[in-house]
Design a protein around this ligand. Sequence first.
Ligand SMILES: Nc1ncnc2c1ncn2[C@@H]1O[C@H](COP(=O)(O)OP(=O)(O)OP(=O)(O)O)[C@@H](O)[C@H]1O
Length: 450
Amino acid sequence: MSRKIKVFVVEDDDWFGRLINHSISLNPNCEAHRFGSAQELYSQLKEETPDIITLDYRLPDAKGAEVLEKVKGQYPETEVIIISEQQDIATAMELLHNGAYDYIVKDDNLKDRLLLNLNRLEKQLSLQNRIKDLEQELSTKKEHNFVGESDALKPIKKLVEKAAQSNITVTISGETGTGKEVIAQYIHQHSKVADKPMIAVNMAAIPENLLESELFGYEKGAFTGADKAKPGKFEEANGGTLFLDEVAELPLHLQSKLLRVLQERKLTRLGSNKEISFDCRIITATHKDLQKEVQEKRFREDLFFRLFGIQINLPPLRDRGEDIILLSEFFVLKASKQNGLPAKPLAREAKKKLKSYQWPGNIRELKAVMELALVLSNGEEIEAEDISLQNADLLQTQLQKEKSMRQYEIEIVQHYMKKYDDNTKKVAEVLSIGQTTVYRLLKEAEEKVA
Ligand SMILES: Nc1ncnc2c1ncn2[C@@H]1O[C@H](COP(=O)(O)OP(=O)(O)OP(=O)(O)O)[C@@H](O)[C@H]1O
């Protein structure tokens, strides 16, 4: 937590006031301000809201219970610790019931008990603040979902800004799942043509015999089944950005056609002689080493130079230091919103575990792991054991495809059914959903299998 925790000490007895102030000063992240009466407290509360108030139960001008009620009514986020001269279980219970954080008696344990409370509250406040910061971050990043502050990313960010400001061709390389498409989207969204479309085509995902017609379009009757004309991806991206993903997979005969089209800025649809001009920025990506592909004659050298432009080489996640944590928190927060689960911070051991793993599937793998971790975690924080890096089967399916929200819901319910021995009532309670929803999701899961 970057700013200090503000504690208002309301105590009319000078000796106890100094003792409490001193106890608070033992926690370097806290700062104490003394007030001798309820009135003094109220007038300061108009100026600023503290994180914590330690409140003497018997003040000269008010009873602790009244002050507590007033403070909690107006500043519900401020925690109030009652400090009383004597142990009175019934009063303590009532005060705790009315929102007091703790009830401490002025005895030999006062200092230790107070410090314990402060340490606990410090942790709680820092978690709350972290979640608020992340929420803020998420809302500002909604537009492009680009997360990363590491040193390894600094030169990349400069190149990305340059790319966004110009219209030059960009080639993005990096291991699978390092965020090549995310970078392409970022460049497009920050370019002058952001209001025009960005069309993505994955060369590895389209069967070779369909690739040419997908890219360049066709006229009616160009081949069997072409019962109406269709523009290709180049035309669809006109005015905007065309993202050619896995460009190294483009077969050699299409590489020469692509080169011609890029040189002339004109294309002809299959089954037509008419030239169509187009104007779009080209961004390509590959997880392969294009230079090596050229040396081994699998990629045309002239096309390689044509596409050269700005080269962005994304580092693997394992070389991105603190980004692993930033991204983890980002994915947890995102998944919590999507699944209606509470957002949770990462425990220290969980961070250690995340940072010591090699992440062969990079950010895509991290995203899947963190979504699962959120679902599996039961405590206030995501613990190391919630992060399953060994669960290859489950992870593998997560990596293969981005799942639908429905699928996640089903898996969450299935997980808890196993955990609570098929007790639907308990599962419904834990997930704060109706029992009928549990039954419906289980039925859907059965239908999927059948
Ligand atoms: N910087 C980032 N901030 C937030 N999310 C990211 C970031 N980079 C990648 N991701 C997420 O990680 C996943 C993989 O990213 P993306 O598809 O861009 O990777 P890729 O390098 O294009 O993968 P492939 O080589 O398999 O095509 C996506 O879910 C994406 O949203």
